[in-house]
Write a protein that binds this ligand. Structure first.
Ligand code: VJV
Ligand code: CA
Ligand code: ZN
Length: 393
C-alpha cells in the first residue's frame, strides 16, 4: 500500500525492546518510555520494518557498562531500593553522591533493567556498524547524554552514547558526535574532552541558571591545557527560544558541512532528542518534524556510516512523528510516505491531528517568539569556523 521497500545499496538496522518501554519514572515525570511504543507502532503502521533488519535489543552486561561507568556507581545502581521500598540507613549519602532518588532521576522499579537495555540497544547498533552489517543503525531507546561516569543527571543514569562511541573507536579512527536535543550533551562532551578522535557538537538552548544543564556556551571548546589533543574538539551552538526550521537548517548545514571537511569523520553518532520540536513539554524551540528530519537527511547524504539515537522528547505524539519520519529518511522512503497517519495505526486518536506534519498553528495555537537574530547566527558560524582552523585530519 505504501510501497515501502529495502533501500538499494545499503542496510538499515532497527534496535528496540518492548520490555524497556514498560518502565515508569513516576506518575507525572516528563520522561515517558511509552513514547518508544508509540514510535514503534507508527513505524510499523507504515510498513517500515519490511525495509530494515529488526533486532530485539538485549541488556548490556555489567562489564560492558563498566567500559565507561565506575563500578561503585554501577553496584549501587543495581542494588538501590526503589523509592517506595524500605531504605537502608547508610544509603542517603550514596543517593546524594550519585544524584539518585531526586525528582529528575528517581529510583523506580526495574531501573537497572531499563538502563542496561537502553545501553544494550546502542551497543548492538555500534557493533552492527563495526561489523559492516549495517550502514545506518537506529536505537531510539538510547541517547541519554547527561549521565556521567559516577553520577546520574537529567533523567539519564547510564550513558549509552559514550559506551557505543567507545565501541566505534575500536574499529574507526574518528567519530563525529552530533546532538540536536534541546539540552546540552554535557556527559558525552566531558567523556571525550581529552581525545582528538571524537569531535562533539551540540545544538541547544543556552541560558545558564535558567535552562538545564547550564553548560555549553559558544566559547566552551574543550579544556585548552597545554598538551590536550582534545582542545577545540568540543563545539557548542547555544541558541535562544523559538528558533525556526529555516534558521536551524542553515546553521546545521553550515556547521556540520565545515566540520565534515576539517575533521573528516569515519562514522557519525547522531543524537536526535525530540524535545527540540515545537510544542515539547520541556523544550523552547519552534522546530517542526520537517526541520528536525532535515538534520538526519543532511547527515545521511554525507555517505558515512551512522548510528541514530533517541534522547529527550516529552510530548509523545510529536516524538513518534519525528522518529517515524526520521526512520523513513534512513530507509529513503520519506518522499513516498503518506503524510496522513494510517487509518489502522493503533492509538491514532493520540496524535490529535491526523498528519505526520502538523503546522505550527496546529501544534502551538500561537507561535513562540523567535529570539534568535540573523546577526547572532553569523557570529556562531564565524566562531565555529575559527575553532576548526585548529582541527585538521
Ligand atoms: O532543571 C533541572 C534541575 C532542577 C531540579 C529538579 N527540578 C524538578 C527541576 C529543576 C534543576 N532539571 C531538568 C532536567 C532536564 C533533563 C533533560 C534530559 C534530556 O532531554 O536532555 C535527555 C533525555 C528538568 N527540566 C524539567 C524537569 N527537570 C522536570 C522534572 C520533573 C518534573 C517536571 C520537570 C520531575 C518530576 C516531575 N515533574 C513530577
Ligand atoms: Ca543538544
Ligand atoms: Zn533534552
Amino acid at each position: 500500500e505504501y510501497n515501502i521497500v529495502r533501500p538499494k545499496g545499503y542496510t538499515v538496522s532497527y534496535h528496540a525492546n518492548p520490555e524497556m518501554e514498560k518502565h515508569h519514572f513516576g506518575q507525572t515525570h516528563p520522561m515517558k518510555p511509552w513514547r518508544l511504543t508509540l514510535t514503534k507502532s507508527l513505524v510499523s503502521s507504515y510498513g517500515m520494518p519490511f525495509a530494515m533488519d529488526n533486532y530485539l535489543t538485549r541488556a548490556a552486561t555489567y562489564e560492558e557498562l563498566k567500559s565507561f561507568h565506575a563500578s561503585e556507581y554501577l553496584e549501587y545502581l543495581g542494588t538501590a531500593p526503589a523509592e517506595d521500598m524500605p531504605r537502608d540507613i547508610d544509603n542517603p549519602d550514596k543517593e546524594v553522591k550519585f544524584n539518585l532518588g531526586g525528582s529528575d532521576c528517581p529510583l523506580f522499579h526495574g531501573l537497572y533493567d531499563y538502563c542496561s537495555m537502553s545501553a544494550g540497544g546502542s551497543l548492538d547498533a555500534a557493533r552492527k556498524i563495526c561489523n559492516k552489517q549495517s550502514d545506518i543503525a537506529i536505537a531510539w531507546g538510547g541517547g541519554l547524554h547527561h549521565a556521567k561516569r559516577s553520577e546520574a543527571s537529567g533523567f539519564c543514569y547510564i550513558n549509552d552514547i559514550v559506551i557505543a562511541v567507545l565501541q566505534l573507536l575500536r574499529c574507526y579512527p574518528r567519530v563525529l558526535y552530533i546532538d540536536i536535543d534541546v539540552h546540552h550533551g554535557d556527559g558525552v562532551e566531558e567523556a571525550f574532552f581529552s581525545t582528538d578522535r571524537v569531535m562533539t557538537v551540540s545544538f541547544h538552548k543556552y541560558q545558564p541558571d535558567i535552562f538545564f544543564p547550564g553548560t555549553g556556551g559558544l566559547d566552551d571548546n574543550g579544556p585548552k591545557s597545554e598538551h590536550n589533543p582534545g582542545a577545540h574538539h568540543a563545539i557548542n551552538v547555544p541558541l535562544n527560544d523559538g528558533i525556526t526550521d529555516e534558521q536551524y537548517q542553515y546553521l546545521f548545514e553550515s556547521i556540520i558541512g565545515k566540520i565534515n571537511e576539517h575533521f573528516r569523520p569515519s562514522v557519525i553518532a547522531l543524537q536526535c532528542g525530540a524535545d527540540s520540536l515545537a510544542g515539547d513539554r520541556l523544550g523552547r524551540f519552534n522546530l517542526q518534524v520537517q526541520g528536525h528530519g532535515a538534520c538526519v537527511e543532511y547527515c545521511k547524504k554525507l555517505g558515512i556510516p551512522m548510528i541514530i539515537f533517541g534522547g529527550g522528547g516529552y510530548t509523545p505524539r510529536n516524538v513518534a512523528r519525528a522518529w517515524s519520519f526520521e526512520t523513513s529518511i534512513a530507509i529513503d522512503c520519506h518522499t513516498k510516505i503518506n503524510p496522513i497517519i494510517p487509518q489502522h495505526a493503533p492509538w491514532r486518536d493520540r496524535f490529535i491531528h491526523d498528519t505526520l506534519f502538523p503546522t505550527l498553528e496546529q501544534i502551538l495555537g500561537e507561535p513562540r517568539a523567535n529570539r534568535n537574530t540573523a546577526k547572532r547566527l553569523q557570529e556562531i558560524i564565524q566562531h565555529v569556523h575559527d575553532q576548526l582552523r585548529f582541527v585538521n585530519h
